[in-house]
Design a protein around this ligand. Structure first.
Ligand SMILES: Nc1ncnc2c1ncn2[C@@H]1O[C@H](COP(=O)(O)OP(=O)(O)OP(=O)(O)O)[C@@H](O)[C@H]1O
Ligand SMILES: [Mg+2]
Length: 384
């Protein structure tokens, strides 16, 4: 290796490490114009003295939901006093009190004392301030599925949306975000909430490869020195990311591959650096998804992976059904439910094949060997 290709111990490949943090706000938000526009439209009535409308933002992990909401809220904050936008991460704040404490802090300007205050008092003071400011409250409940799981979602929505009944304020709007596609936040609410919660659904589809290339291209230009990440590696990373349908994996792959190169004292990341990074990043994702499955779903996944190892295997859903009967005899309805669940969990794709009379082809989203390893012993079919 020539001298100049070797990195000195005090040199780095990173121009700016921060752009690889997940909380980093990108300068340009690619391919989310339609979603921003739709959400802005819902907030707009509040600019003319009316009430903002509500929305449910749905999409799998790593599709830009949080970034889009935060970007819009930052713009609102910069441009108008008519709306009081409050962004809340419900993974951190899982009770109505905790959420109202965030609203209080944003609207009143300081943290409410955590002891000796009843939630009604916190609500009253926040509402009073909103009324004095004549600002409409717009709350973003990010990762709202955590509130839902904690059985706090209904109660909280009820308190927020009916704020205008007890106080002289406009009816608030709520943007609820969920990456759990099994959960329908619009219809999953109880009767008393449904009468005041009529959200517009805003969908966040996974990014396709050209979109991934553009997003990663920006990060690489900003975060790494020139020529650290050769084009062929970026394409490889985009392929891996497209399969996972999670842009976060791509950003992480770039970072870890560059770190691998840096640690080895090289100026350029190699294909091996990317593949090593992929092993350390993708395996945990797959393991987590497989661990969340029921026993029956995992067994089915295992069998699909076994079949997929055989390049000649017929991978249509009907053929797989036949092939699984030997080991896991199930009714067809149960089989289809499990298949759908595997798709929702981001483990397989069910591609429509029109050449075979509208049948579905089952495509694994991970390499079969990786799936077999992740399913572990528990997934084994017991086949000889
Ligand atoms: N359109 C985009 N342009 C640039 N960067 C993006 C874009 N979409 C997402 N990102 C980046 O990808 C990462 C993940 O995005 P984000 O947190 O918004 O996803 P999410 O849909 O909220 O995921 P989750 O459901 O897991 O919370 C962030 O670092 C974000 O900056
Ligand atoms: Mg998010």
């Amino acid at each position: 290796m020539r001298q100049r290709e070797i990195l000195r111990y005090d040199q780095t490949l990173f121009r700016d490490r921060e752009v690889f943090e997940f909380t980093y706000m990108p300068d340009v938000l690619h391919h989310r114009d339609a979603q921003i526009r739709e959400l802005a439209l819902l907030a707009r009535p509040a600019l003319r003295g009316g009430s903002p409308r509500s929305a449910v933002l749905r999409g799998p992990p790593g599709t830009g939901k949080t970034t889009t909401a935060r970007r819009l809220f930052a713009e609102i904050e910069e441009t108008t006093q008519q709306i009081a936008p409050v962004y809340i991460n419900c993974k951190q704040h899982r009770t109505p009190f905790a959420v109202f404490a965030c609203i209080f802090e944003a609207v009143v300007g300081y943290t409410p004392p955590s002891t000796g205050k009843h939630i009604d008092e916190v609500v009253r003071l926040a509402a009073k301030r909103l009324s004095e400011r004549d600002a409409a409250l717009l709350v973003c409940l990010d990762d709202a599925n955590y509130l839902y799981e904690a059985r706090q979602f209904n109660d909280l929505l009820y308190r927020i949306l009916r704020l205008y009944e007890g106080w002289d304020v406009r009816k608030p709007g709520v943007f609820a975000i969920s990456s759990d596609l099994r959960l329908n936040l619009s219809t999953g609410v109880d009767e008393r909430v449904r009468s005041v919660f009529h959200p517009t659904e805003v969908n966040f589809p996974p990014y396709a490869k050209p979109e991934i290339l553009e997003i990663l291209g920006d990060r690489i230009r900003q975060g790494l020195y020139p020529n650290v990440m050769p084009k062929a590696n970026v394409t490889l990373i985009a392929d891996l990311t497209a399969r996972e349908q999670d842009i976060r994996i791509g950003i992480d792959l770039v970072r870890v591959a560059a770190e691998n190169a840096e640690n080895a004292g090289r100026r350029t990341a190699t294909r091996k650096d990317v593949m090593d990074a992929s092993r350390s990043i993708i395996t945990p994702t797959l393991q987590k998804r497989a661990a969340d499955l029921s026993e029956g779903e995992r067994t089915l996944l295992y069998r699909i992976a076994e079949l997929a190892q055989n390049t000649g295997a017929d991978m249509t859903s009907g053929a797989i059904y036949e092939a699984t009967q030997e080991y896991i005899p199930t009714g067809e309805t149960t089989y289809r439910t499990r298949l759908r669940r595997l798709e929702e969990a981001g483990l397989i794709d069910l591609a429509l094949r029109t050449d075979r009379g509208r049948t579905r082809e089952v495509l694994l989203r991970f390499a079969p060997e990786q799936v077999l390893a992740a399913c572990g012993r528990t997934g084994k079919t017991g086949a000889p």
